[in-house]
Design a binder for this molecule. Structure first.
Ligand code: XIL
Length: 462
């Protein structure tokens, strides 16, 4: 086998591909010759990540592999509910912050895992139910997503909410018993808290078209049709000794709903097929243009939660396994995510209009400002998202008043400053969203306990 010739051939294809890509964006199939997982994935517009236990960031073999091979990380445990809110209302971000700093210093993006899950809940939440639990859960989502705002590529907003077995329905849990709408309430709260993060639903045993993945598929389709903010679906892919023949077709059907898909916790039982399965999963992701990244659940076999399965890409000494080579080859052989071509025409040279801009206010917008609310309510609480629209004169600042139903109170506000919490509550703009041009729109939100019924915002501009 003439390695040099093979390498030269691969490089030639890659270079030809790059040149061709400049001319026609239809061409996306570009073999390349990256020598690390992160470089190869990045060449194809994707990330390759690992779950990290922050305690190991001081182990040199571990951190050497992590920094060389991966450009995305996820906390194996440190961003879960029990870790981030050990006592109700007392938040602890030490582990999560440490991981984010490591990622930022090493050119890695961060997956957030997981805002709500029936496992690894703090004891105080395990003992709660009904609207008290719902409020605590939504508050958790809001606080944690706000803390990490702007730093997370994708959040697993809800993890493992579907049941195993043939029914395709939800899993029973304390969260599920707060009402079937708990998942959408969590997604809306996460969007309000960190509008820049992609919001994912994440689950296991979804590695092909089966009753469970179909149940999730139907939920995502419903969310998309009703405007519930969901951007991605994570396929954990904790795999055994075989891979479903329709693994790729399953990813594709979700992508066709208009969400990204990600392989989020990949590990594969050791045995004759391990390397083959790792390669096949990587190929499947590469073949789905909305599959934006792969994460393996740990670095070396001895780091894995799967004990003696030896389920990962590096052995305990940090050597690359056959599975590693198959993954790298599949990344290099796969097509790149199509990118939008940069405009090739010169930018338009039309001079800006010299006439004064029209002063007619947009229909229905009063002179000062107007406000409208969209409510996400459940029995015992609500999240309100308020849209503020400037009138024809624009605003230097704004103030929105709402009158709450009796017994209701505001517990949390974002992108505005609240005065009062019951009765008539006023929300003033914060520094960055007070100044609006004519007709311009901004949003703020608040969470409350009790009923959100009858909230009608009124807006005053300054
Ligand atoms: C596992 C961790 O790897 C372990 O360290 C911890 O003891 C239990 O949780 N699905 C998930 C992950 O979404 O959070 C789990 O991680 C593995 C299964």
């Amino acid at each position: 086998m003439n390695h040099r010739r093979a390498l030269r051939a691969a490089v030639t294809v890659a270079v030809t591909g790059v040149l061709a890509a400049g001319m026609t964006m239809a061409l996306t199939s570009t073999a390349s010759a990256g020598t690390t997982l992160r470089a190869s994935a990045a060449e194809k517009g994707r990330y390759f990540g690992a779950a990290v236990a922050t305690g190991k960031l001081s182990t040199s073999t571990y951190v050497t592999i992590l920094n060389r091979e991966f450009n995305s990380v996820v906390a194996e445990n440190e961003m879960k509910w029990d870790a981030t809110e050990p006592q109700q209302g007392q938040f602890r971000y030490t582990g999560g912050d440490r991981l984010v700093s490591h990622a930022q210093a090493n050119g890695m993006s961060v997956r957030g895992h997981a805002l709500l899950w029936h496992q690894q809940q703090p004891g105080w939440a395990q003992g709660m139910s009904g609207s008290a639990l719902r409020n605590a859960a939504i508050n958790h989502v809001t606080q944690v997503a706000t803390h990490f705002r702007g730093k997370i590529h994708s959040w697993d907003v809800v993890n493992e909410a579907f049941a195993d077995g043939g029914g395709g329905g939800r899993r029973d849990s304390n969260l599920q018993r707060t009402g079937n709408d708990w998942i959408e309430a969590a997604f809306r709260a996460a969007r309000a808290a960190d509008p820049g993060a992609k919001l994912c639903y994440n689950d296991y045993n979804t590695d092909g078209i089966n009753a469970k993945s179909t149940g999730i598929y139907n939920m995502v389709r419903d969310f998309k049709s009703r405007g519930v903010p969901i951007d991605c679906v994570g396929f954990q892919s904790h795999l055994g000794t075989s891979l479903a023949g329709d693994y790729q077709a399953n990813l594709q059907r979700f992508a066709d709903l208009g969400v990204d898909v990600q392989i989020t916790e990949l590990d594969v039982m050791t045995g004759g097929n391990q390397a083959t399965i790792f390669g096949a999963v990587t190929r499947a992701c590469m073949n789905v243009s909305r599959c934006t990244g792969i994460t393996v659940w740990g670095v070396r076999d001895c780091d894995s939660w799967r004990g003696s399965d030896n389920a990962l890409l590096f052995d305990c000494n940090g050597n690359k396994k056959a599975a590693y080579t198959n993954v790298l080859n599949a990344l290099n052989a796969g097509p790149a995510i199509p990118t939008t071509p940069p405009p090739t025409d010169p930018p338009p040279t039309t001079p800006p209009p010299t006439d004064p801009p029209p002063t007619t206010p947009p229909p229905g917008t009063p002179d000062g400002c107007s406000a409208s609310v969209s409510l996400n309510s459940w029995n015992g609480g609500f999240v309100a998202t308020v849209k503020v629209t400037a009138g024809s004169a624009g605003t230097n600042g704004w103030n929105v008043g709402v009158t709450l139903a009796s017994g209701a109170s505001v517990t949390n506000t974002w992108s505005a400053t609240a005065s009062g919490s019951t009765g008539t509550v006023r929300f003033a703009n914060v520094d960055y969203n007070g100044r609006l041009g004519a007709g311009q729109v901004t949003e703020f939100g608040f969470q409350g306990t009790g009923s959100g019924a009858g909230i009608t915002p009124t807006c005053t501009a300054s």
